[in-house]
Design a protein around this ligand. Structure first.
Ligand code: PMP
Length: 443
């Protein structure tokens, strides 16, 4: 039916996975080629990332530069930085790329200890512990905190690493409606015998897990309301700040700062270094007792090689810039810039007639495509015009809620954003995804 999209008429097929018996969606173009092997923004090889306004050198377009509207590089620390990069190179020379050891057995450098102290101070908790990967931080920590006899209540749109950790923990898992504290309370009340918060409850421990900014929705967590419910029912709060730490809040301290929540009211704070800090790895920040417990029993701490020292140094340097401890005000400028860029881009998309999910200040902004058949055309047409976007579909989203997920960075210039908007607008017309009348037209 896409008569103006010659060669792009995609065909969607529901396929059942032979092993897991789950239904998957395969999208192929009109020639029967699966889109995964056709030229696309993210299925090809990236040649390099450059630091001029968040650009990516991409092979598909014969190594021409693309405006990168899909990277989690929220503060622009992911490419060469005048403060971070020389220090990272120094740490590489001093410690090498890997400790080749676990933390408890020779893999504990001064840098690891320094970063744990810095993270704890930054997020406002007494102590912190590092892990080599954000994904593993959730999937390995949740089972170390709660097990058989415990109850996990998880937001229905929590990230796969949380789902994986919850399933692997052996605890009973209940899901509440996405970002709906009233439903959370309903589920909690149901699970506590006679609705008595302190006594006679059947669970050893109850943990409620939420995200600061939901990665596929761009929405801020209703954290104050969630905390109020948790306090009432004596449940622990676990907050994944992967997309919010460093990215929101006046001084980059995430949703707690943005929403005026005291970090003392969040029992377990989790975050990753792969987004705002331009590195890799993850952390848990909590009370000294919880962190000591994790250090003693968590297999991902005891048996896994510690974080790569240059990656640790990258995070230390980035946090110092954010805090102004590099002696400049670049951190404050970056934070003001990401906020301005995000709010500008979101409101312009809305004016054009796109349906954009998420809240103001959030750098994550999904543009709804709905029909998964629109994914290949949207993605490839944007790429042809040197704008790289990420498109997301089932199973990461419900089947008919496909979307393009834009991530805005402080390193995007105003010209970049305007170019991105122009291209998205043109491609949006072509693909037919402007579901509202543009501002000024219609009622
Ligand atoms: N939590 C959330 C909410 C995420 O979105 C992600 C990945 N994007 C992770 C955890 C895993 O983090 P990482 O990619 O750093 O392993």
């Amino acid at each position: 039916k896409s008569s103006n999209l010659k060669g792009y008429a995609p065909i969607c097929l529901g396929l059942e996975d032979f092993y897991t018996r789950r239904l998957y969606l395969r999208i192929q173009d009109c020639f029967g080629r699966p889109i995964a092997s056709a030229p696309d923004a993210w299925f090809d090889v990236v040649e390099r990332y450059s630091n001029d306004s968040n650009k990516t050198l991409h092979r598909t377009t014969k190594t021409s530069k693309c405006l990168n509207l899909g990277s989690y590089n929220y503060l622009g620390f992911a490419a060469a930085d005048e403060y971070c990069t020389p220090r990272v190179i120094e740490s590489l020379k001093k410690y090498s790329a890997s400790t080749c050891s676990v933390r408890v057995d020779g893999g504990n450098t001064k840098l690891h200890v320094e970063l744990e102290e810095l993270v704890a101070r930054f997020v406002g908790k007494p102590a912190a512990i590092l892990f080599g990967m954000g994904y593993v931080t959730n999937s390995a920590i949740i089972p170390a905190l709660v097990g058989k006899g415990g109850l996990i209540i998880s937001d229905s749109l929590n990230h796969n690493s949380i789902v994986n950790g919850a399933r692997g923990s052996g605890a009973t898992v209940r899901v509440f409606q996405h970002n709906n504290p009233a439903h959370l309370e309903e589920v909690l009340r149901e699970q506590i015998a006679g609705g008595q918060p302190r006594t006679h409850r059947p669970w050893k421990k109850i943990i409620v897990i939420v995200e600061g900014i939901y990665s596929m929705e761009g929405e801020l967590c209703k954290l104050p309301e969630v905390i109020a419910v948790c306090k009432k029912y004596k449940a622990y709060t676990y907050l994944d700040e992967a997309h919010s730490i460093g990215a929101v809040g006046k001084t980059g301290r995430g949703v707690c700062e943005l929403l005026g929540v005291d970090p003392a009211d969040v029992d377990i704070m989790m975050g990753t270094f792969t987004k705002s800090f331009g590195s890799c790895g993850g952390y848990i920040a909590a009370s000294k007792e919880i962190i000591d417990h994790l250090k003693h029993i968590c297999p991902a701490h005891i048996y896994a090689t510690s974080m790569s020292p240059p990656a640790v140094q990258q995070v230390i340097s980035a946090i110092k810039v954010i805090l102004g401890e590099d002696g400049s005000n670049r951190g404050a400028k970056k934070l003001a810039q990401i906020r301005e860029n995000s709010n500008f881009f979101r409101s312009e998309l809305q004016k054009m007639g796109f349906e954009v999910l998420g809240d103001n200040d959030s750098p994550v902004m999904p543009i709804m495509l709905y029909n998964p058949a629109k994914i290949p055309a949207f993605s490839r047409e944007c790429l042809r015009q040197h704008v790289a976007v990420v498109t997301v579909a089932f199973p990461a989203t419900p089947l008919l809620l496909a979307r393009a997920r834009i991530c805005i960075s402080a390193s995007h210039s105003r010209e970049d954003l305007i170019k991105g908007l122009e291209v998205i607008s043109k491609v949006g017309d072509l693909v037919g995804i402007k579901y509202f009348p543009p501002a000024g037209e219609g009622s």
